[in-house]
Design a protein around this ligand. Structure first.
Ligand SMILES: [Fe+2]
Ligand SMILES: [Fe+2]
Length: 196
């Protein structure tokens, strides 16, 4: 694990995955996988963009990274790549509504995985699994079948985290259906990760 200053530790300790009581640094084997990514200003800038109306893009990316890691580790898959791809899978630094209006690139759900990939590969070396997880995390919205089991997992984790994040918004606004959807996603994530 890289050495961190007390200030760094304090900043990073602010991060917890959704529904988790653990600080990231409480699980050093996970933190080791992503600490260099968290040091980059581009990843930090994700904290400046709203995501799913209830959280930031950095928090969402951490949620996906953390649960993707835990599930892939449980299944004896490439957990390190799962953690790294999770943190990079939505690496786009713009407000999505503004971007669509200005550039006319069509529906954001289809286009953003490739944008995230091009941004990520300029900053970090990516292996084949990480590339596939980033480019195909929106399947079946995007047409290409995932090539790796880790990619099948991240596309589920991404959707369950989105549900969980929306449930937080629903809890604040009193929408019962969305709260139930969030409770379902919470239950599933907890069941999947309880024994780690
Ligand atoms: Fe995405
Ligand atoms: Fe996402």
């Amino acid at each position: 694990m890289d050495k961190l200053s007390n200030q760094d530790k304090g900043d990073i300790n602010l991060y917890k995955a959704i529904f988790s009581r653990r600080e990231l640094t409480d699980l050093p084997e996970y933190f080791n996988c992503v600490s260099d990514l968290l040091d980059s200003s581009e990843v930090q800038q994700l904290g400046g963009f709203a995501h799913h109306k209830s959280t930031t893009r950095l928090q969402h990316s951490l949620n996906v990274s953390y649960y993707n890691y835990l599930i892939c580790r449980k299944l004896h898959l490439d957990a390190r790549s799962a953690a790294r791809a999770g943190l990079l899978h939505d690496l786009f630094l713009y407000d999505r509504k503004e971007h669509e209006r200005v550039d006319g690139e069509g529906w954001h759900g289809v286009g953003h995985p490739k944008i995230a990939f091009f941004n990520a590969v300029e900053l970090f070396p990516l292996n084949d699994r990480e590339t596939d997880m980033i480019v195909n995390h929106m399947f079946p919205v995007t047409p290409h079948l995932p090539r790796y089991r880790e990619t099948w997992i991240i596309q589920f984790v991404d959707k369950f985290c989105a549900l969980g994040e929306l449930s937080q918004l629903a809890a604040r606004s009193g929408k019962r259906g969305m709260r139930l959807a969030g409770a379902f996603s919470l239950g599933l994530l907890v069941r999947l990760t309880l024994r780690f």
